[in-house]
Ligand binder design. Structure first.
Ligand code: ZN
Length: 245
Protein backbone atom coordinates (compact mmCIF):
# COMPACT_ATOMS: atom_id res chain seq x y z
CA UNK A 1 0.00 0.00 0.00
CA UNK A 2 1.99 3.02 -1.23
CA UNK A 3 1.15 6.61 -0.27
CA UNK A 4 0.48 7.44 -3.94
CA UNK A 5 -2.07 4.61 -4.18
CA UNK A 6 -3.74 5.63 -0.90
CA UNK A 7 -4.01 9.23 -2.18
CA UNK A 8 -5.56 8.00 -5.44
CA UNK A 9 -8.12 5.82 -3.66
CA UNK A 10 -8.93 8.61 -1.17
CA UNK A 11 -9.59 11.05 -4.02
CA UNK A 12 -11.96 8.58 -5.69
CA UNK A 13 -13.64 7.77 -2.36
CA UNK A 14 -14.41 11.44 -1.65
CA UNK A 15 -16.82 11.43 -4.59
CA UNK A 16 -18.45 8.14 -3.61
CA UNK A 17 -21.23 7.07 -1.29
CA UNK A 18 -20.41 5.01 1.81
CA UNK A 19 -21.75 1.77 0.25
CA UNK A 20 -19.31 1.85 -2.67
CA UNK A 21 -16.27 2.76 -0.57
CA UNK A 22 -15.94 -0.84 0.69
CA UNK A 23 -15.10 -2.34 -2.72
CA UNK A 24 -12.93 0.70 -3.52
CA UNK A 25 -10.87 0.39 -0.31
CA UNK A 26 -10.49 -3.35 -0.88
CA UNK A 27 -8.57 -2.55 -4.09
CA UNK A 28 -5.79 -1.30 -1.76
CA UNK A 29 -5.27 -4.98 -0.90
CA UNK A 30 -5.20 -5.98 -4.55
CA UNK A 31 -1.87 -7.79 -3.98
CA UNK A 32 -4.05 -10.80 -3.25
CA UNK A 33 -4.90 -10.88 -6.96
CA UNK A 34 -8.61 -11.16 -6.22
CA UNK A 35 -11.20 -9.37 -8.26
CA UNK A 36 -13.00 -7.19 -5.75
CA UNK A 37 -16.25 -7.04 -7.74
CA UNK A 38 -16.61 -10.84 -7.52
CA UNK A 39 -15.94 -11.08 -3.80
CA UNK A 40 -18.89 -12.06 -1.58
CA UNK A 41 -19.47 -9.51 1.20
CA UNK A 42 -17.98 -11.69 3.98
CA UNK A 43 -14.73 -12.01 2.00
CA UNK A 44 -14.79 -8.28 1.26
CA UNK A 45 -15.21 -7.54 4.99
CA UNK A 46 -12.39 -9.94 5.82
CA UNK A 47 -10.08 -8.20 3.37
CA UNK A 48 -10.96 -4.77 4.81
CA UNK A 49 -10.40 -6.02 8.39
CA UNK A 50 -7.01 -7.38 7.40
CA UNK A 51 -6.11 -4.11 5.71
CA UNK A 52 -7.22 -2.13 8.76
CA UNK A 53 -5.24 -4.31 11.09
CA UNK A 54 -2.06 -4.09 8.95
CA UNK A 55 -2.25 -0.32 8.43
CA UNK A 56 -3.70 1.00 11.68
CA UNK A 57 -3.66 -1.88 14.21
CA UNK A 58 -6.25 -4.29 15.58
CA UNK A 59 -8.21 -1.99 17.85
CA UNK A 60 -11.14 -0.03 16.50
CA UNK A 61 -12.45 2.71 18.77
CA UNK A 62 -16.10 3.56 18.27
CA UNK A 63 -19.18 4.75 20.09
CA UNK A 64 -22.61 3.14 20.42
CA UNK A 65 -25.93 4.42 21.77
CA UNK A 66 -27.57 2.05 24.25
CA UNK A 67 -31.12 1.32 23.01
CA UNK A 68 -32.11 0.63 26.64
CA UNK A 69 -31.18 3.90 28.38
CA UNK A 70 -29.64 6.13 25.71
CA UNK A 71 -26.18 6.11 27.31
CA UNK A 72 -23.39 6.71 24.79
CA UNK A 73 -20.74 4.01 25.18
CA UNK A 74 -17.12 4.18 24.11
CA UNK A 75 -16.35 0.76 22.71
CA UNK A 76 -13.04 -0.77 21.66
CA UNK A 77 -13.56 -3.59 19.16
CA UNK A 78 -10.82 -5.86 17.88
CA UNK A 79 -10.65 -6.65 14.16
CA UNK A 80 -10.35 -10.32 15.22
CA UNK A 81 -13.81 -10.21 16.90
CA UNK A 82 -15.32 -9.01 13.63
CA UNK A 83 -14.07 -11.81 11.42
CA UNK A 84 -16.79 -14.25 10.34
CA UNK A 85 -16.96 -17.09 12.89
CA UNK A 86 -14.17 -19.61 12.36
CA UNK A 87 -12.97 -17.89 9.20
CA UNK A 88 -9.58 -16.52 8.25
CA UNK A 89 -9.12 -14.85 4.90
CA UNK A 90 -7.98 -18.09 3.28
CA UNK A 91 -11.11 -20.00 4.25
CA UNK A 92 -13.59 -17.30 3.19
CA UNK A 93 -14.68 -18.19 -0.36
CA UNK A 94 -13.43 -15.68 -2.93
CA UNK A 95 -16.36 -16.43 -5.25
CA UNK A 96 -20.04 -16.10 -4.37
CA UNK A 97 -21.60 -19.49 -3.61
CA UNK A 98 -25.09 -20.40 -4.86
CA UNK A 99 -28.08 -22.19 -3.35
CA UNK A 100 -31.61 -23.02 -4.53
CA UNK A 101 -34.84 -22.18 -2.77
CA UNK A 102 -38.18 -23.78 -3.67
CA UNK A 103 -41.07 -21.40 -3.04
CA UNK A 104 -44.39 -20.44 -4.65
CA UNK A 105 -43.92 -23.21 -7.24
CA UNK A 106 -40.54 -21.82 -8.30
CA UNK A 107 -37.01 -23.17 -7.89
CA UNK A 108 -34.96 -20.02 -7.39
CA UNK A 109 -31.19 -20.33 -7.61
CA UNK A 110 -29.46 -17.36 -5.99
CA UNK A 111 -25.94 -16.31 -5.09
CA UNK A 112 -24.41 -14.25 -2.28
CA UNK A 113 -24.16 -10.47 -2.69
CA UNK A 114 -20.79 -9.26 -4.00
CA UNK A 115 -18.74 -6.07 -4.02
CA UNK A 116 -19.83 -5.64 -7.65
CA UNK A 117 -23.48 -5.51 -6.56
CA UNK A 118 -22.71 -2.68 -4.13
CA UNK A 119 -21.03 -0.77 -6.95
CA UNK A 120 -23.88 -1.40 -9.41
CA UNK A 121 -26.89 -0.34 -7.32
CA UNK A 122 -27.53 3.29 -6.38
CA UNK A 123 -28.27 3.10 -2.62
CA UNK A 124 -30.48 6.19 -2.88
CA UNK A 125 -32.34 4.90 -5.94
CA UNK A 126 -35.92 3.59 -5.82
CA UNK A 127 -36.17 0.08 -4.31
CA UNK A 128 -32.39 -0.17 -3.86
CA UNK A 129 -32.81 -3.17 -1.55
CA UNK A 130 -34.94 -5.08 -4.07
CA UNK A 131 -32.55 -4.12 -6.86
CA UNK A 132 -29.70 -5.71 -4.89
CA UNK A 133 -31.77 -8.86 -4.25
CA UNK A 134 -32.73 -9.09 -7.91
CA UNK A 135 -29.02 -9.19 -8.81
CA UNK A 136 -28.60 -12.24 -6.54
CA UNK A 137 -31.08 -14.31 -8.54
CA UNK A 138 -29.16 -16.56 -10.92
CA UNK A 139 -32.09 -18.47 -12.44
CA UNK A 140 -35.76 -19.31 -11.86
CA UNK A 141 -37.44 -22.51 -13.06
CA UNK A 142 -40.77 -24.15 -12.27
CA UNK A 143 -40.34 -26.60 -9.37
CA UNK A 144 -42.32 -29.18 -11.36
CA UNK A 145 -40.00 -29.04 -14.36
CA UNK A 146 -36.43 -28.22 -13.25
CA UNK A 147 -35.05 -29.23 -16.68
CA UNK A 148 -36.94 -26.41 -18.38
CA UNK A 149 -35.08 -23.31 -19.60
CA UNK A 150 -34.87 -20.55 -16.96
CA UNK A 151 -37.93 -18.29 -16.88
CA UNK A 152 -37.51 -14.73 -18.08
CA UNK A 153 -40.33 -13.06 -16.14
CA UNK A 154 -39.30 -10.80 -13.24
CA UNK A 155 -39.16 -12.55 -9.88
CA UNK A 156 -42.05 -11.49 -7.58
CA UNK A 157 -40.93 -9.19 -4.72
CA UNK A 158 -42.30 -11.69 -2.17
CA UNK A 159 -39.88 -14.32 -3.54
CA UNK A 160 -37.02 -11.80 -3.33
CA UNK A 161 -37.86 -11.26 0.34
CA UNK A 162 -37.57 -15.01 0.91
CA UNK A 163 -34.18 -14.99 -0.84
CA UNK A 164 -33.14 -12.12 1.47
CA UNK A 165 -33.83 -14.29 4.52
CA UNK A 166 -31.55 -17.04 3.16
CA UNK A 167 -28.60 -14.82 2.21
CA UNK A 168 -27.07 -14.76 5.70
CA UNK A 169 -26.76 -18.57 5.65
CA UNK A 170 -25.09 -18.48 2.24
CA UNK A 171 -22.53 -15.84 3.26
CA UNK A 172 -22.04 -15.76 7.05
CA UNK A 173 -20.11 -12.61 7.92
CA UNK A 174 -21.72 -10.47 5.22
CA UNK A 175 -23.16 -8.35 8.05
CA UNK A 176 -20.66 -7.62 10.81
CA UNK A 177 -22.11 -7.10 14.26
CA UNK A 178 -20.70 -6.58 17.74
CA UNK A 179 -22.30 -7.95 20.92
CA UNK A 180 -22.58 -5.12 23.46
CA UNK A 181 -23.69 -4.79 27.09
CA UNK A 182 -24.51 -1.43 28.64
CA UNK A 183 -22.60 -0.89 31.91
CA UNK A 184 -25.37 1.42 33.18
CA UNK A 185 -28.61 -0.55 32.50
CA UNK A 186 -27.10 -3.99 31.57
CA UNK A 187 -29.04 -4.11 28.32
CA UNK A 188 -27.54 -6.61 25.81
CA UNK A 189 -27.77 -5.98 22.09
CA UNK A 190 -26.07 -6.62 18.81
CA UNK A 191 -24.86 -3.50 16.99
CA UNK A 192 -24.10 -3.35 13.28
CA UNK A 193 -20.49 -2.49 12.51
CA UNK A 194 -19.41 -1.18 9.13
CA UNK A 195 -15.70 -1.85 8.66
CA UNK A 196 -15.65 0.06 5.34
CA UNK A 197 -16.96 3.20 7.04
CA UNK A 198 -14.42 2.85 9.84
CA UNK A 199 -11.48 2.22 7.51
CA UNK A 200 -12.56 5.16 5.35
CA UNK A 201 -12.44 7.46 8.41
CA UNK A 202 -8.94 6.16 9.26
CA UNK A 203 -7.69 6.70 5.72
CA UNK A 204 -9.32 10.11 5.47
CA UNK A 205 -7.55 11.23 8.68
CA UNK A 206 -4.25 9.79 7.54
CA UNK A 207 -4.42 11.42 4.09
CA UNK A 208 -5.33 14.82 5.52
CA UNK A 209 -2.26 14.65 7.81
CA UNK A 210 -0.13 13.63 4.84
CA UNK A 211 -1.44 16.50 2.69
CA UNK A 212 -0.79 18.92 5.53
CA UNK A 213 2.83 17.69 5.62
CA UNK A 214 3.10 18.19 1.86
CA UNK A 215 1.76 21.71 2.28
CA UNK A 216 4.14 22.56 5.13
CA UNK A 217 7.21 21.12 3.38
CA UNK A 218 6.30 22.70 0.04
CA UNK A 219 6.05 26.07 1.74
CA UNK A 220 9.27 25.65 3.72
CA UNK A 221 11.51 24.16 1.05
CA UNK A 222 9.74 24.73 -2.26
CA UNK A 223 9.33 20.97 -2.83
CA UNK A 224 6.59 19.59 -5.05
CA UNK A 225 4.09 17.00 -3.83
CA UNK A 226 5.99 14.30 -5.73
CA UNK A 227 9.25 15.44 -4.05
CA UNK A 228 7.70 15.19 -0.59
CA UNK A 229 6.33 11.71 -1.22
CA UNK A 230 9.78 10.37 -2.13
CA UNK A 231 11.09 11.44 1.32
CA UNK A 232 10.53 8.81 4.05
CA UNK A 233 8.08 9.67 6.88
CA UNK A 234 10.90 9.77 9.47
CA UNK A 235 12.96 12.24 7.42
CA UNK A 236 9.85 14.31 6.67
CA UNK A 237 9.23 14.58 10.39
CA UNK A 238 12.78 15.84 10.88
CA UNK A 239 12.46 18.47 8.13
CA UNK A 240 9.11 19.60 9.50
CA UNK A 241 10.60 20.07 12.96
CA UNK A 242 13.59 21.99 11.61
CA UNK A 243 11.37 24.17 9.43
CA UNK A 244 9.26 25.05 12.45
CA UNK A 245 12.27 26.31 14.48
ZN1 ZN B 1 -28.11 1.26 28.82
Amino acid sequence: MTEERVLEVWEQGLRQRPTTRGPLLATLAAHTGVEVTRLPLAALNSLLLELRSAAFGDTLACTADCPGCGEILDVAVSTRELRPPGADTESVPAEAGTATLATQGLAVTYRALTGGDLLAVDPDGPDARLALLRRCVVSVRPVQDPAQDPMREPVPDTVLEEVAQQLADLDPGADTTVALTCPRCHHHWSAAFDIAEHLWADIDGCVRRLLYEVHALARAYGWSEADVLTVSPARRQFYLEVAAQ
